[in-house]
Every structure is written in structure tokens, then in C-alpha cells.
Design a protein around this ligand. Structure first.
Ligand SMILES: *[C@@H]1O[C@H](CO)[C@@H](O)[C@H](O)[C@H]1NC(C)=O
Ligand SMILES: *[C@@H]1O[C@H](CO)[C@@H](O)[C@H](O)[C@H]1NC(C)=O
Ligand SMILES: *[C@@H]1O[C@H](CO)[C@@H](O)[C@H](O)[C@H]1NC(C)=O
Ligand SMILES: *[C@@H]1O[C@H](CO)[C@@H](O)[C@H](O)[C@H]1NC(C)=O
Length: 408
């Protein structure tokens, strides 16, 4: 089909060329095109055939290239209520499921991990890997470590916790997974209920979990901490694709030169501008944010705050119009409102790190770590001989840049 229309179009062009005064070229082409009949020169004919073949192939290929996708539909309508209190209902207890005893003794660090209902594999991997640093009481952990060390001496079996730099977290840490509801399903699915029964580390809050609702998830997180774990000295929020070096986190938090409360720290991002491209994951319609720059904020992949900031940040969130990028909202807009400057900590990075135990031994966190990699890192970090051979990580491996920030 395509060739035929192409051919007839070509013929028409040739004819037009012929009719135009400059007919020599036109005639030549026409003659060579219908070469067999007029017995004209073969090379021109072949050239034309090859040319049309190319054009044909080009059109075929062009039809294979996928069309530009439609823009992501932005799911927060201009007319939707932006008063967060309406969704979060600060005066009520809205947790549909929560661990009964997890915060009975105040943790030094409460590790909040927002997760999707379907990500049970990610949660399991965290429980089996770096969550081990936090899941058990320190006493149990120390006992396990001593037992393992004894075994090492006898049998050369690998001990449990042997990071060379900071082998054990010095204080109590707890991991809590935060879930919402999946649209169209019952808010607490049987699988989640069972998971919570077995591990006692799941909170389900009463809202629909979706990308544009992530800010709601963070505010629900603050609310839950405020209502049920207010004595936690520090709260860290990390995604479920993060490898968190809990001992290193705790040692940086214990170092008063780095972390005087009020503390809000992570990977600082400065001078970022709203993205008005509708195809972007970070698309921001102008009705959601009018200024030309975001306040300086911390990457949402992981940030830590001192317990004394939970209530002020929650209060600020409840009186600020909803903005869908949770990190910009909480650590930028709300922090600015209460006069707290987020600070940069080189142990945090939103750029994926090399999946190397020698790097993770030195930092606080890294992201985009899939479950298989998480297990591998954990296993490697727990092999003293391997870790002992690590050269000190280069600065560029830790993080290749330091943000340059202006404060307004
Ligand atoms: C979660 O998994 C279930 C079953 O595997 C599937 O039906 C559902 O669509 C998934 N939900 C999401 C939000 O991905
Ligand atoms: C094994 O035990 C001996 C004596 O108790 C001790 O000196 C040595 O450091 C231990 N080795 C390891 C690897 O723990
Ligand atoms: C966000 O959550 C609220 C409360 O559950 C719900 O009414 C709304 O539909 C959700 N929005 C999106 C875009 O999922
Ligand atoms: C605390 O941090 C400072 C600055 O990085 C460092 O020089 C010091 O050695 C740290 N102290 C401890 C106890 O880790």
C-alpha cells in the first residue's frame, strides 16, 4: 500500500518536473524510472529503486516507534480540598492496625518505613537484613554477638554483627512499616493482618495510598509517632528500597557536633525549581505551587529528625495547604514555617551508591537497593575478613557533591 502511494506520488512529481520548463532532468528521471520500457540506463533505475526502498523502510520504522505517551494524569484535582486536617483527622486515632508494644520502651531511633501493601518482599528483606540491627533488644543483640564471636574462635563460623567501624548500634532502635489502603480492597488485607501478627511492626493508616497521596502518608506518620511513640529521641524516615546502616546512623546522632536538636538532616537539595513538564514524575501544576523555587529541602529517600520536631512539624503540616511532593512539603515548606533549617549529612545520598559493602560500611544510607542486593550487602558486611580488606572509601564514592545553598 505504502509503496504504491509512494510510487504514484513520485510519478506525479516527475511529471510535474517534466512539465516545468527544465524538463531535461525530469525526462531523464522519468525515462530511467520506467527504464525497462524506454530501455534507459540501468544505474539510475537501481539508484531510484534503492532510494524508494530506503524511504519505504523509513516509513515502516517510523510506524514502529512508540507514540509519545499521554501525560501522567495529575491525580490531585485543582478543586480537591487541600486542608490536610480533613484527611488526617488529628484529634482521632485513625490507625486501623498497629503494633501494641513496640514503643513501650522509648527507642533512641524510631525507623519509619513507608511501604506499599504489595511490597511484602521488600519488608521481609529489611527484617532479615539491616532490620536485625533494630528488631531485637540490644541485650539480645549483644548476647548473640558474644555467642557468635565465641563460635568464630572455635569453628570459624561467621559472627552476626561485625561491621569493623561500628559493629553494633549503641542504643535501642525500632523499625515500623507504614501502609495505607489500596483503592478497591479492604483497608487491612488478610496478608497484612498476618504479617502484623507475626512481626508486630506494621501500622496501617486510614487513607488511600497513591503517588499524589504520599504527603498524606508522611503526615500520618508524624501523627502516629506523636500519638504512640512520642518519646522516641530521633525519627528517621526511609523508603523500603534503602539500605540503612543503623550503627553508623546512631553514632552520627550521638556525635553532638553533628546533631544538636532540633535536628532535621539528610541529603540537602538547594535551589530546586518546580517542574512544569506534565510527563515528569515530579510534575507540579502551577495551582499547587506558585513560587519559582522550592525552599531548600531534604531528599525524601531518607531524612532524620529529632523527636522534639515531631509536634511542631505536624502542627505546621496541618495548617499548610497540601503539596504532593512530601519531601518538599515537610522538610522544605513546613520546616521553613517553623524556622528550622534542614542540614546536609554526607552519610545520606539520593544518588544511588555503588552496591559495595566497603561503601555501605562508611555511610548512613543508600537507595535503589533491590532485595537481592540488600541481602548480598548484608552478607558481605557480616564477613569480617572481607570487610577488613576494605580500603577507606574515596570521597567520590561516599558522595560526589556538596550542595551550595542560599537561604532566603
Ligand atoms: C497487588 O497485588 C495484587 C495481587 O498480586 C494485585 O491484584 C494488585 O493489583 C496489586 N496492587 C497494586 C496497587 O499494585
Ligand atoms: C580467640 O581467642 C583467643 C583467646 O581467647 C583470643 O586471643 C583471640 O583474639 C580470639 N580470636 C578471635 C578471632 O576472636
Ligand atoms: C488520597 O486519600 C484520600 C483519603 O483516603 C482519598 O479520598 C483520595 O481519593 C486519595 N487520593 C488519591 C489521588 O489517591
Ligand atoms: C564527631 O564529628 C566530628 C566532625 O565530623 C569528628 O571530628 C569527631 O571525631 C566525631 N566524634 C565522634 C565521637 O565520633
Amino acid at each position: 500500500m505504502k509503496t504504491r502511494t509512494f510510487t504514484s506520488r513520485l510519478l506525479r512529481v516527475i511529471r510535474r518536473l517534466n512539465n516545468m520548463g527544465n524538463s531535461r532532468l525530469g525526462r531523464t528521471i522519468q525515462r530511467s524510472y520506467i527504464g525497462r520500457r524506454s530501455g534507459c540506463s540501468q544505474p539510475v533505475l537501481i539508484t531510484l529503486l534503492v532510494l524508494s526502498a530506503f524511504v519505504f523502510i523509513f516509513f515502516q520504522m517510523a510506524s514502529l516507534i512508540p507514540r509519545k505517551p499521554a501525560p501522567l494524569t495529575f491525580a490531585w484535582a485543582a478543586s480537591a480540598v487541600r486542608d490536610i486536617g480533613v484527611y488526617v483527622r488529628p484529634a482521632c486515632s485513625t490507625a486501623l492496625l498497629q503494633p501494641p508494644t513496640l514503643c513501650r520502651a522509648a527507642p533512641f531511633v524510631l525507623i519509619m518505613v513507608p511501604s506499599a501493601v504489595n511490597n511484602s518482599r521488600e519488608r521481609d528483606t529489611i527484617r532479615r537484613t539491616w532490620g536485625q540491627w533494630a528488631g531485637k533488644d540490644l541485650k539480645v543483640l549483644l548476647a548473640l554477638d558474644a555467642k557468635a564471636a565465641k563460635k568464630t574462635n572455635k569453628t570459624t563460623r561467621k559472627p552476626l554483627n561485625v561491621l569493623t567501624r561500628h559493629a553494633l548500634p549503641p542504643r535501642r532502635a525500632r523499625v515500623v512499616f507504614l501502609l495505607g489502603a489500596v483503592r478497591g480492597e479492604q483497608p487491612v488485607t488478610p496478608a497484612v493482618l498476618e504479617e502484623s501478627r507475626v512481626f508486630g511492626d506494621v501500622v496501617v493508616e486510614d487513607f488511600i495510598d497513591s503517588y499524589t497521596n504520599l504527603t498524606l502518608k508522611t503526615v500520618f506518620m508524624l501523627k502516629w509517632v506523636q500519638q504512640h511513640c512520642a518519646k522516641a529521641q530521633y525519627v528517621i524516615k526511609v523508603d523500603d528500597d534503602i539500605f540503612l546502616n543503623v550503627p553508623n546512623l546512631q553514632h552520627s546522632l550521638l556525635n553532638k557536633t553533628l546533631s544538636k536538636p532540633p535536628l532535621l538532616a539528610g541529603n540537602l537539595i538547594c535551589g530546586a525549581r518546580p517542574i512544569h513538564n506534565q510527563w515528569s514524575k515530579w510534575y507540579t501544576p502551577r495551582h499547587m505551587f506558585r513560587e519559582d523555587k522550592y525552599p531548600n529541602y531534604l531528599s525524601g529517600t531518607g531524612y532524620v529528625l529529632s523527636g522534639d520536631l515531631v509536634k511542631p512539624l505536624l502542627d505546621a503540616a496541618l495548617t499548610t495547604p497540601y503539596f504532593h511532593l512530601e519531601d518538599v512539603f515537610l522538610t522544605g515548606i513546613c520546616a521553613k514555617k517553623i524556622g528550622v533549617r534542614p542540614s546536609d549529612n554526607i552519610g545520606f545520598s539520593y544518588q544511588p551508591r555503588a552496591n559495595s559493602a566497603c561503601v555501605y560500611k562508611e555511610v548512613v544510607m543508600g537507595h535503589e537497593v533491590v532485595p537481592v542486593e540488600m541481602a548480598r550487602l548484608w552478607n558481605m558486611l557480616n564477613q569480617p575478613k572481607l570487610v577488613a580488606k576494605c580500603k577507606p572509601a574515596k570521597k567520590s564514592q561516599i558522595r560526589s557533591y556538596i550542595p551550595k545553598c542560599k537561604w532566603r
